[in-house]
Structure formats: structure tokens, C-alpha cells
Ligand binder design. Structure first.
Ligand code: CO
Ligand code: CO
Length: 365
């Protein structure tokens, strides 16, 4: 258990008037406890009361790897044959949940399964509180920044090592496989999201999954891919030319490159998230492609690939040192091609550190 993070969480609970918080396995639980568990059909919960007493409910087969921190009030376990109901009633009793009135849960992480199990055990009055731990996770400490930098270095080196294998005529799936293979060899724990490779007209689909389309000469190909270190994600995009491009494609590439550079230059403590979005959007609008930049400029990055802060119009959150997010403007011309360039950045005391460093000059395969 990370004591200082739990202390900060307790303050948040007090501020929000919560009596308890209950977490399912996921990024926030890992952040608070160091326990990396996956959601499954076996009920797993971590509950905390306002005094900071924690109770863990987990299947017995997971319990062995868990080192019980001394300040855990208890750990309730169950076997596959008996099921979780007895352990769940212990969990409920130990936390005094029945009497409580405001139980914070994360709506994006709690499934119907967890809520229904708790409800059946007599626990109600859940309050959705997505921001609770997200607010703590908003600025990263040195250990987190180190993990993010290592993940960023893997995505950069992986592309460098994959490039000599890239050819016109390969399928998008083959290109994705080559990149993923290189990242794995470099020590990535896996891909934090499905690798995107969009060639030619398929590049105009911002979230297009790789297909068996063969890359043709003259295609722009969007590679959006990520690596993971200690649970922390890198998320980068480069758009490469395969063969000689049309003048239009070259022009659009340069507009996106300028928009992305301008947005990065705008980042410093005290400016708002929407200011950074506007910086990128202005360049693209001025070039006449505003209607084709169809998403926000970036998103926070950490244990989740999408977390706070959202770099989006209307978000007046002020940037502070330690925030980490992506800067990824794009232009998508339907049925023609797409261009996106994405870097991961850290807000520093004086400005910004770009932790993905692969060149943004147009590269031709
Ligand atoms: Co991305
Ligand atoms: Co992204």
C-alpha cells in the first residue's frame, strides 16, 4: 500500500463527504496498493473507510501473491467451490458498510457484477466518483515519470528497429506485428491498446484497426501504437510515406506537423488545457482543414491510456508541473488519407519535456 497516496485519498474522501471508497481491480487499485489484478468473473474488491482501514476481498488463488500490508484491517478470501458470499459478508462487516451513506465508486471501472454482488450483501448508496483517484493521478511523481520515460523510449526505438523491415506491399497487420514484436523485445509489458495501422484511405479512420490491406506506393500510413512499463503507457503516432506522395498529401503532412509543434510550444504551467487545444486547432483551421480535425488535441496518460487532463476545448483546467498528456492533432480526408502526429509530454516547472523523440520530419519508405 502506498501510504502517502492513501493519505491523499483520505483527504479527498473527507472533502467529498464520503464514508468509504470501494474499488474493483484496475489502474486506481494498482496506484493505491501496488496490486496488479485483472477484472474477471471472480469477485475482487478493495474497500477503505474514512479512517484509512482497508479490507481486501479476493479469490484464494490470487491471495498467495499478495503481501498483506500491516495496516490492512483484514483480507477475506474464498475458494472456487464455496464462492464469495461468506467472504463478502466479512468484507461488509469489517468495513461497517451497511450503516454508511456515501460510498464512492469509480463508474468506469465498477461493473454491474460488483455492484450487484454488493447490493445482494445489503450494501447500497453508491456515489459515482470518477474524479476521486483520477485527481491524485493527475500529476506524476518521479517514479511514475521514470516509467513513462522508459515506455516512451521503447516506442521510439521500436519504430527505428522496425523501419528496415517495412516495405510497400506489406499488409497493415504485418506492419503492426513487426512494431509489436520490436516493442516486446525491448521489454514492453504488452500493448496498452490495440495497435492502429491505417494505410491510404484507411488512414482517414482515426481508430482504424490493422487490416489485410496491402500498402501501395504513394500511401501515407498512420501508425498509432504504445508500450507499457510498470503499468505506465506510452502512446505515440507517426505517419510515414510509402513511396512518392501527392503534393496534397505532403501539404497536409506539413500542416499537421506545424500544428503539433505549435501546440507543444504553447505548453507551460498556468496555461489551460483548452489553450493547448486551441494552439493546434488554429494552425489547422488557418490552413483550411478545420473540418477535418475531428477530435480533441490530446489526453492524459499514465496507468490508463486515457486519463486526465483532457486537452479539449472547454477544459479550463490549468496545467501544473508533473502532468503528462499526449499532443496529437490530425487531419482526416475521407476516402483519401489521414495524417496524425502524436507525442507524449510532461509539464515541467518552466515549460514542457517531450518524452517521445522519434523524428517528425516526413520519412519515406
Ligand atoms: Co495514440
Ligand atoms: Co493518444
Amino acid at each position: 500500500m502506498n501510504a502517502s497516496r492513501v493519505q491523499r485519498l483520505l483527504k479527498e474522501l473527507e472533502t467529498g463527504g464520503f464514508s468509504h471508497a470501494i474499488f474493483a481491480p484496475g489502474a486506481s487499485l494498482y496506484y493505491l496498493s501496488g496490486m496488479r489484478m485483472h477484472q474477471s468473473e471472480r469477485l475482487t474488491l478493495f474497500g477503505l473507510n474514512a479512517k484509512g482501514e482497508g479490507v481486501l476481498l479476493l479469490p484464494r488463488l490470487e491471495a498467495e501473491g499478495v503481501v498483506a500490508p500491516s495496516h490492512y484491517k483484514m483480507i477475506a478470501t474464498y475458494g472456487d467451490e464455496e464462492g464469495p458470499s461468506h467472504a463478502l459478508s466479512q468484507f461488509v462487516a469489517a468495513l461497517g458498510l451497511k450503516k454508511s451513506l456515501k460510498i464512492a465508486v469509480e463508474p468506469l471501472n465498477m461493473r454491474w457484477f460488483e455492484i450487484q454482488s454488493l447490493t445482494a450483501a445489503g450494501v447500497t448508496s453508491f456515489i459515482p466518483a470518477e474524479e476521486l483517484v483520477m485527481r491524485l493521478r493527475l500529476t506524476k511523481d518521479q517514479g511514475e515519470l521514470d516509467a513513462l520515460r522508459r515506455a516512451a523510449s521503447i516506442v521510439d526505438v521500436a519504430l527505428q528497429q522496425a523501419l528496415p523491415h517495412f516495405r510497400v506491399g506489406m499488409t497493415e497487420t504485418e506492419l503492426a506485428a513487426e512494431l509489436e514484436y520490436q516493442m516486446r523485445k525491448l521489454g514492453s509489458e504488452g500493448t496498452p491498446f490495440g495497435t492502429i495501422v491505417g494505410s491510404g484511405p484507411r488512414g482517414a479512420l482515426p481508430h482504424g484497426m490493422p487490416s489485410d490491406r496491402k500498402v501501395q506506393s504513394g500511401d501515407l500510413v498512420v501508425f498509432d501504437y504504445g508500450a507499457m512499463v510498470d503499468g505506465y503507457a506510452a502512446d505515440t503516432t507517426r505517419t510515414l510515406a510509402f513511396g512518392e506522395l501527392s503534393e496534397r498529401a505532403k501539404e497536409v503532412y506539413e500542416v499537421v506537423k506545424e500544428a503539433q509543434a505549435t501546440a507543444i510550444q504553447s505548453i507551460r504551467p498556468g496555461v489551460t488545457a483548452e489553450y493547448v487545444d486551441k494552439a493546434a486547432r488554429n494552425v489547422i483551421e488557418k490552413a483550411g482543414y478545420g473540418d477535418f480535425f475531428t477530435h480533441r488535441t490530446g489526453h492524459g496518460l499514465g496507468l490508463d491510456v486515457h486519463e486526465f487532463p483532457s486537452i479539449v476545448s472547454g477544459n479550463d483546467l490549468k496545467l501544473v508541473p508533473g502532468m503528462v498528456f499526449t499532443v496529437e492533432p490530425g487531419i482526416y480526408l475521407p476516402d483519401q488519407f489521414g495524417v496524425r502526429i502524436e507525442d507524449d509530454v510532461v509539464v515541467t516547472d518552466t515549460g514542457v519535456e517531450v518524452i517521445t523523440t522519434f523524428t517528425k520530419e516526413l520519412m519515406t519508405i
